[in-house]
Ligand binder design. Structure first.
Ligand code: ATP
Length: 378
């Protein structure tokens, strides 16, 4: 749904060397980020990684300690939140309890002093969009959580902002409702062409809805990309472990050839992997391989990396199963197999994986100062 075309549109929102410190704690470190007009961009990351702080600086609730944020080419440095013309939706709805649904939605228009005759029809249209016309006279307390969140959404969209910020807007809803609202949000985004910056720590939500996702870790963006890029080409070990499921093996580099490397695992096993980042002979590396990319190979199967393993266990999941496979090195891999697989514990199997699906990252490549955030895990 990204509509960015011209240069200006690709940089509808820009963070230029933005930092935020509280005392000597760096909540956000030197952030550079461009958001395209019409884009749905999600900030995803663990608790305390700086997502909300970054969003709040864009909203105007926090001032950057350093750097500049621009909106449509102009610095917002001196603009208070209400002059930025940004719609906002939070986890806790923040509706006015004493006002009707219609009055809640009308509120942003009343404060902007729109003529009464214009307010009515706009409120109706916003409520129609979230399918709540019938409830316009109710008070928020007479609505379910999902309905209240729709009111909050209608209120954020009613004044036709070009940018809407959402901080865990579906966090309070149960799984079914959340998934339903995700689809509604995507439809509204597509229909209106509005730019959305969305904060979540739910990776499936991020991958489902977003044009691009920025992965936050310890106050910095580790990687920004489409859901497909993040899943298939993680740039760091952190992203590889954070997005989807990954097997992790530790090894030592024997040699590097182009963008590939040969890695020795304990007890003499070797695998060829893609070399990501600064990989040198003799250096310890962290290997990742997704469970669904590991194949079961019969004798003579043609694959780059082949290993004998022993089945440690098989776990049934309905549409698939997960095998726990023990390599001769003692390392255990999870392998995703079909529902029909029948192998039993103790059985010998052959595993294989393509070089392109095995990624070697420098071991211990954790960004500086990440330990500063330990303790803020919720
Ligand atoms: P969550 O998913 O839990 O909301 P987050 O990624 O949004 O986390 P932030 O709320 O941006 O994280 O917080 C980033 C870091 O900054 C945290 O370690 C937090 O404790 C710290 N922080 C935020 N606000 C303040 C403040 N006013 N004073 C001191 N530290 C703060």
């Amino acid at each position: 749904a990204r509509l960015a075309t011209g240069q200006g549109d690709a940089k509808f929102v820009e963070f230029i060397d933005v930092e935020k410190s509280y005392g000597n704690f760096h909540a956000v470190r030197r952030l550079n980020l461009s958001i395209g007009r019409g884009e749905f961009l999600t900030f995803l990351g663990p608790s305390g990684s700086g997502k909300t702080t970054t969003l709040n600086m864009l909203a105007g609730f926090e001032r950057p300690s350093e750097g500049v944020i621009t909106l449509d080419g102009k610095s917002v440095d001196r603009l208070p939140p209400y002059e930025r013309n940004i719609g906002m939706v939070f986890q806790n709805y923040a509706l006015f309890p004493h006002m009707s649904v219609a009055d809640n939605v009308a509120f942003p228009l009343s404060v902007r002093k729109l003529p009464r005759a214009e307010i009515g029809p706009r409120v109706v249209r916003a409520l129609e969009m979230v399918q709540l016309e019938r409830f316009k006279d109710r008070k928020p307390a007479q609505l379910s959580g999902g309905q209240q969140q729709r009111v909050a959404l209608a209120r954020a969209l009613v004044f036709q902002p070009t940018l809407v910020l959402m901080d865990e807007p579906l966090g309070a809803l149960d799984k079914k409702l959340r998934e339903h609202m995700q689809i509604e949000l995507m439809q509204i985004h597509q229909m209106l062409g509005v730019t959305i910056v969305y904060v979540t720590h739910d990776q499936s939500e991020a991958l489902t809805m977003s044009d691009r996702v920025a992965i936050f870790e310890s106050g910095a963006i580790d990687q920004i990309g489409t859901p497909d890029e993040l899943y298939n080409k993680p740039a760091t070990a952190f992203v590889a472990g954070f997005i989807g499921e990954n097997n992790a093996l530790d090894g030592v580099v024997e040699r590097v050839v182009g963008n590939q490397c040969l890695v020795a695992l304990p007890t003499g096993l070797k695998t060829t992997a893609m070399a990501i980042g600064d990989i040198r002979p003799g250096a310890p590396v962290h290997l990742t391989i997704r469970p669904e990319r590991i194949g079961l190979s019969g004798a003579g199967a043609d694959s780059d990396n082949r290993f004998q393993a022993t089945v440690d266990g098989r776990i049934y999941h309905g549409d698939h199963q997960r095998l726990l496979a023990r390599l001769a090195s003692g390392q255990i891999l999870t392998v995703k197999v079909g529902p029909e697989a029948t192998m039993a514990a103790g059985e010998a199997i052959d595993l294989c994986w393509p070089i392109s699906d095995c990624r070697a990252f420098p071991a211990g490549a954790v960004p500086d100062g990440s330990s500063a955030n330990i303790g803020s895990v919720s």
